[in-house]
Design a binder for this molecule. Structure first.
Ligand SMILES: C[S@@+](CC[C@H](N)C(=O)[O-])C[C@H]1O[C@@H](n2cnc3c(N)ncnc32)[C@H](O)[C@@H]1O
Ligand code: SF4
Length: 378
């Protein structure tokens, strides 16, 4: 195989000031100070140990996620990104995103992160209602969220994103739309608009709040989507909206089934090797074990028969048409191995096929599970 998929780098920072009741991310309430320098040293050692899996490829995007990456000091962020640049070929125009919690953002630190190389900031706003933020267990109020968004806007970064959630406990349609209006007024190039889900093993799972019913959720989605569209945002994935040209390149690479190296506690990786094998890696989840230099938790080779399902499961999250040639580049398989399944999907009106593309239909979106099942190897 000579064409390998584009490569991204994910870096996980596992601490938060406190744990939000709805959150099942690998995040731990901070006891004491973040071990800034130690953790960065471990991240770079973890990266060193994985470098041989990247086949010397250039990294196109970096995403520093959490947890709360904005708890990391500016000096630690500088060392981290300097260390990455010294170890990997990084594309000259690489998108480098960092997640920030509005309650942990200081003006000086934002511009220092930018000097370290961060060119896209993703701010976890969630809602602009003080009462809703309190119920969500957030450590910030609406004013801090607005301040963080203004800071990001003033830095003239390549882009910035606001994370909002809807379908919040006891939320009305008007409250959900008001959150969107306030977000749109801040003019972010990108908006992530997630429906709150109750995840197992969270505080909300053991004591569930009252959420809007399915009809109310549908109205929120429909009218919210109209509001966003009218404001110039295009939906390109279930929860992702962007002004034209501002889609998140890092997430696009995941959804196109691109490759990514994952470093830090609990980080996942997917790495195509020069011989066509695809490896999945999972790093040690808990900071304690990870910081005893036990970085790799699991590594296994993806079986060839699983690849078509995995490819389409990611790919069909995107609303854009899928170039047919990408199937071979991203899975290493020839399109002929899925010809029968494709024909069945087309016959069932789940999929349209042109010479160059596949496009999922509205019917295919409604019956996504049935469509994906066609590509499951029994
Ligand atoms: C890793 S968190 C992001 C950053 C930062 N830790 C924060 O919370 O501000 C990514 C985003 O996922 C969304 N999210 C987290 N848990 C969720 C849930 N249970 N349902 C829906 N969205 C969720 C939130 O919008 C959150 O900002
Ligand atoms: S701040 Fe973000 S990562 Fe941390 S617990 Fe809350 S939602 Fe999860």
């Amino acid at each position: 195989m000579n064409t390998l998929p584009p490569l991204s780098l994910y870096i996980h920072i596992p601490w938060c000031v406190q744990k939000c009741p709805y959150c099942d991310f690998n995040s731990h309430a901070l006891k004491g100070e973040v071990p800034h320098d130690d953790y960065v040293a471990h991240l770079l050692a973890d990266l060193d140990a994985d470098l041989h899996l990247t086949a010397g490829r250039e990294v196109r995007t970096i995403f520093i996620g959490g947890g709360t990456p904005s708890l990391l000091s500016a000096a630690a962020m500088q060392n981290l990104l300097d260390g990455v640049r010294a170890r990997l070929p990084l594309a000259a125009d690489a998108e480098i995103t960092m997640e920030a919690n509005p309650g942990t953002v200081e003006a000086d630190r934002f511009s220092a992160y930018q000097r370290a190389g961060v060119n896209r900031i993703s701010i976890g706003v969630q809602s602009f209602s003080a009462q809703k933020l309190e119920r969500l267990g957030r450590i910030h109020g609406p004013q801090e969220a607005k301040r963080a968004a203004h800071l990001a806007a003033d830095l003239n970064l390549r882009s910035f994103n606001l994370d909002l959630m809807h379908g919040l406990p006891d939320q009305t349609l008007e409250e959900a739309l008001d959150d969107l209006r306030q977000a749109i007024a801040l003019n972010p190039p990108h908006l992530s608009w997630y429906q709150l889900t109750i995840e197992p093993n969270t505080m909300y799972a053991s004591r569930p709040p009252t959420l809007p019913d399915d009809d109310a959720l549908w109205d929120i989605f429909e009218q919210g989507d109209q509001l966003l569209t009218a404001a110039g945002y295009l939906q390109y994935e279930t929860s992702a909206y962007a002004k034209p040209g501002y889609q998140c390149q890092h997430n696009l690479n995941y959804w196109r089934f691109g490759d990514y190296l994952g470093i830090g506690c609990g980080a996942h990786g997917k790495l195509t090797q020069s011989d066509g094998q695809i490896l999945r890696t999972v790093k040690t989840k808990h900071p304690r074990g990870y910081m005893q230099s036990r970085y790799m938790d699991k590594m296994h080779q993806v079986e060839t028969k699983e690849l078509p399902f995995e490819f389409f499961m990611n790919r069909f999250r995107l609303l854009e048409a899928a170039p047919r040639e990408e199937f071979a580049i991203y899975t290493g398989l020839d399109e002929s191995v899925i010809r029968l399944q494709l024909d069945e999907a087309i016959a069932k009106n789940y999929l349209l096929e042109t010479n160059a593309h596949w496009q999922i239909t509205q019917h295919g979106k409604l019956f996504l599970n049935s469509l994906l099942e066609l590509f499951l190897d029994e």
